[in-house]
Each structure stands twice: as structure tokens, then as C-alpha cells.
Design a protein around this ligand. Structure first.
Ligand code: G1P
Length: 266
């Protein structure tokens, strides 16, 4: 089993939920406390030992590149950029990285999901990957009213890990095979790229990574890790606010001041 050295961070989406700010600023550069939200996943990848990060951007999002160009001395991984010219979905964004990834297993981190824990979410996945040696995805339990916003897995228990035998992207609640939703961290075999190159559009008319994984399980093992950590969906304004508040309370340099302020307004 080879070490995971490369990670893809898809960041070419339009960010319409943050309109009008996204007329001028990519949503991934909106701040959580004092840094761009995308930096949390870049830092998580570096902490997990990733050596090369491939950020998928569009021509309109060059400022993401400028942001990291000024940070390179503090980022242990090298960062490459791949352009997604049409917004055809997450699966398509990953397919755009085929050449940059080559024939090795790779990680994917979705920057809309900030996961805060002592041990980074990708590190948690890599620990299981080093045991099972095949593709691994992160899941957490999802409340019924949010099931239709996630990729949902059909799990079986194999020893103490969850084996995935099926997946559905954004199912209706009555079609959901469990309440385990995918939370934006993946370690994938290169076969996923092959499948993505042949797949049709799925939910929302997009090329869905979840649909490729649903095909993968018929020929290769896929495991799910119920990861620890507080998760924030920073892809929408209230999630970004929650992340800012909680992370400001968790950080030593901001906690005291911020606790006092919250106490004074509640
Ligand atoms: C994407 C994936 C979905 C996953 C989710 C996690 O959906 O397609 O399977 O559960 O991220 O955040 P999106 O939120 O981009 O619609």
C-alpha cells in the first residue's frame, strides 16, 4: 500500500449562497476568525503529511492562488492549481485533476466542511487507510431533515470498521439506506478517476463523486470512518458564523475576550 501524498481541494464552485459578496470574493476566502476558511483544510492536509495539494479553481478565483502564494513559507505542502472551466459538479472537479494525480491513491478535502478536533479528520482517515489499504470516506450521523443534502451510505459492519456496500447522493428521506452522511473527506483509489470519466450526470444534473463511489463498490472495497470532531458547513452564511464563533472560543488568543463579549450580549 502506497503512502497518500496528494490531496485535491475543489474550490471552483460559484458560491451563490454567499451572493453578493461572491461577486468580488471567492467564498473560500471568507474569514473564519483571522484566516480564509479554505486555509483550515489546507492546514489539515499538511498536518496529515500530504506533500502536494491540488486546488481546483476557475479563472474568476485567481485570488485563492494569490492568498496561498503569500503563505508558502508557512505551508509544508506544495500547492498546484488546476482549472475547472465548467461547473459540472464535484465529480467533474476531481476528474479535472486526473493528470495531476496519475495512478496513485489520493485524498479529497471539501473546503465547505471545517472539522475541528484534536486529531485532524484526514489523519483519522489515514489511520484506517493504513489498516484496510483501500478507499476510505468520512461519515457522521445526519439528522433526518438534512439527509437529502448529503451523500448517504449503505453500511455493513466488518470487524470494527464500517464497510460501504452502496451509496446514494442526496436521497429522499424514505430512500436513505442509513443516517450516515459523507462529510467531505475521502481517500480514493485511482479507479475512481476511471469511473468518473465514463459516468453520466446524477443528482442536480451534476457529475457526482458519490455516484462514482456507488460503482466502485462493485469491484473494490470502500470503508467509512465515523470521524470525531465538530463539523461546520461553511458553505452557507450561518455555518460560517457558527464556525467563527466556536473557533474563536476554542483559540487561546481570542477565547477570553470573546467569551466575555458573548456573556455580555446573551
Ligand atoms: C457534497 C457531496 C456529498 C457530501 C457533502 C458533504 O455535497 O456531494 O455527498 O455529503 O458534499 O458536505 P455538496 O454539499 O457539495 O452539495
Amino acid at each position: 500500500m502506497s503512502r497518500i501524498l496528494k490531496a485535491v481541494i475543489p474550490a471552483a464552485g460559484l458560491g451563490t449562497r454567499f451572493s453578493p459578496i461572491t461577486n468580488a470574493i471567492p467564498k473560500e476566502l471568507l474569514p473564519v476568525v483571522d484566516r480564509a476558511s479554505i486555509q483550515y483544510v489546507v492546514d489539515e492536509a499538511c498536518e496529515a503529511g500530504i506533500e502536494e495539494i491540488i486546488i481546483v479553481i476557475s479563472e474568476a478565483k485567481e485570488s485563492i492562488r494569490q492568498y496561498f502564494d503569500r503563505l508558502t513559507s508557512t505551508t509544508s505542502a506544495s500547492i498546484k492549481y488546476v482549472y475547472q472551466h465548467e461547473q459540472l459538479g464535484l465529480g467533474h472537479a476531481i476528474l479535472c485533476c486526473s493528470e495531476a494525480i496519475g495512478q496513485e491513491s489520493f485524498a479529497v478535502l471539501l473546503p465547505d466542511d471545517i472539522i475541528h478536533d484534536e486529531k485532524g479528520a484526514l489523519t483519522q482517515l489515514l489511520e484506517i487507510y493504513s489498516r484496510v489499504g483501500s478507499s476510505v470516506i468520512a461519515v457522521q450521523r445526519v439528522l433526518p431533515e438534512f439527509i437529502s443534502s448529503y451523500g448517504i451510505i449503505e453500511p455493513t459492519v466488518a470487524d470494527d470498521v464500517i464497510k460501504v456496500i452502496g451509496l446514494i447522493e442526496k436521497p429522499e428521506i424514505d430512500k436513505a439506506p442509513s443516517d450516515f452522511g459523507i462529510v467531505g473527506r475521502y481517500i480514493l483509489s485511482p479507479m475512481v478517476l476511471e469511473i468518473l470519466s465514463t459516468i453520466n450526470t446524477g443528482a442536480l444534473g451534476e457529475i457526482q463523486l458519490t455516484d462514482a463511489l456507488a460503482q466502485l463498490v462493485s469491484s473494490q472495497d470502500l470503508y467509512a470512518v465515523h470521524i470525531q470532531g465538530e463539523r461546520f458547513d461553511v458553505g452557507n452564511p450561518t455555518g460560517l458564523l457558527k464556525a467563527s464563533i466556536v473557533l474563536a472560543l476554542r483559540r487561546q488568543d481570542t477565547a477570553t475576550d470573546f467569551k466575555g463579549f458573548l456573556g455580555s450580549i446573551l
